[in-house]
Design a binder for this molecule. Structure first.
Ligand code: ZN
Length: 102
């Protein structure tokens, strides 16, 4: 557990972006699956299963956004690297605020 924490702290912002995108799009994927399940199999699959998938998907989407907001920051000045509240698909080479290389 200690190693995991150290790895977590030592991640640079590009690795963090991968984690954020994985969480966010994983959540979106689960939401899609939840929607398909609720559309296709109204009688065979219990409704609770679609609700569970939906809840997990929402947790992923909001968790990804929260993680991006908290951790996707310039290592030099701490400026947020979010694009106006959205998760960026790639990071700029230089911090938009302090101009140092990321
Ligand atoms: Zn900066």
């Amino acid at each position: 557990m200690k190693n995991l924490q150290e790895k977590w702290r030592s991640m640079d912002c590009r690795q963090m972006l991968n984690v954020v995108n994985g969480t966010f799009y994983g959540g979106l994927g689960l939401l899609l699956v939840a929607w398909i399940v609720s559309q296709c199999s109204q009688s065979t699959v219990p409704g609770g299963f679609a609700v569970l998938l939906c809840v997990l998907g929402m947790a992923g989407v909001f968790g990804g956004i929260l993680l991006a907001y908290l951790r996707l920051r310039c290592p030099h000045c701490g400026a947020s690297l979010m694009l106006g509240g959205r998760i960026p698909t790639s990071l700029p080479n230089f911090c938009p605020k302090c101009g140092k290389p990321l």
